[in-house]
Design a protein around this ligand. Structure first.
Ligand code: HEC
Ligand code: HEC
Length: 227
């Protein structure tokens, strides 16, 4: 296989990969068999998705490299899943310093550790750059519980976050347009007693208009007793 078209970054990855693959062979570890891919996907969405595009996880961000593109070529050239897992785990533990020409952001080390790092690595290795892979179906209650629930209480979702306003209390009486604006432009109006700049400003980019609608409908139905 020719590697002529392979970007420079992948070459770096690949040389690290050889060492890691050798290590994996020595210890006989095969993450795929023992990892929880669903947990890996959830963790990826929470800990990595704010910086990386990965189609299968439904995340889109240009802060770090697009992981589908990063693994496409290597996948085509026949590199195997175990090697990918090793590369990703290596990057999680010892992130390569970012190339300042590409990005000024440095990936923090050890965002996930132990079995969580294994789950995330196995998950990303199983989906990144897979030809024709689809974004997940958007399920508003799941999205809310994993993405927003850590900061917001919403009784139908069973979440109890208190960093932001309790949505059971503040949403009744609001229109869809108001709720939508609060999600895409959180600083437009600040609820009394809360600070601006705490709620992420990226949901407007992350969600398609249809997904945003579904989320807003879900929230309003939840607080208005299913009506
Ligand atoms: C704060 C932003 C940020 C977060 C969060 C983040 N990354 Fe990164 N990641 C980056 C940047 C920036 C790079 C590019 C480093 C470089 O230039 O080599 C990178 C590189 C990578 C690479 C190498 C891609 C390539 O092109 O070689 C992988 C794999 C990766 N990250 C996986 C993850 C995983 C898995 C997580 C979650 C556990 C994660 N990242 C969380 C910013 C982030
Ligand atoms: C890191 C914590 C955090 C996360 C994550 C977060 N929020 Fe918020 N949210 C806040 C804070 C703090 C406020 C109050 C200040 C403001 O309005 O920006 C707020 C305000 C809001 C409001 C306005 C409430 C009102 O008083 O009218 C809505 C609606 C909302 N968030 C929905 C969401 C949804 C939906 C998500 C997930 C897509 C989300 N938030 C994720 C912290 C968060």
């Amino acid at each position: 296989m020719t590697s002529k078209a392979r970007p420079r970054k992948i070459k770096l990855l690949l040389s690290a990969a050889v060492t890691l693959a050798a290590l994996a062979a020595l210890t006989g570890c095969d993450l795929q068999e023992t990892s929880d891919l669903d947990n890996g996907q959830q963790l990826f969405t929470q800990k990595c998705g704010s910086c990386h595009t990965l189609t299968a996880a439904g995340t889109s961000s240009a802060v770090g490299p697009n992981l589908d593109l990063a693994f496409q070529e290597a996948r085509k050239s026949g590199m195997d899943q175990d090697t990918f897992e090793g590369v990703i785990q290596g990057q999680i533990e010892h992130p390569r310093p970012a190339d300042p020409q590409d990005t000024a952001v440095y990936m923090p080390a050890n965002l996930v550790e132990g079995s969580e790092a294994e789950d995330v690595s196995a998950y990303v290795a199983s989906v990144a750059g897979v030809p024709g892979i689809q974004a997940p179906e958007f399920i508003p209650d799941q999205f809310f519980a994993t993405t927003c629930g850590g900061c917001h209480t919403l009784s139908t979702a069973g979440t109890t976050g208190s960093v932001g306003p309790n949505l059971d209390d503040v949403l009744p009486g609001q229109t869809a347009a108001q709720v939508s604006e609060s999600i895409t432009d959180p600083n437009a109006q600040i609820e009394g007693g809360f600070s601006s700049g705490v709620m992420p400003q990226t949901y407007g980019d992350q969600l398609t208009p249809a997904q945003l609608n579904q989320l807003v409908n879900y929230l309003l139905q939840s607080v208005n007793g299913g009506k």
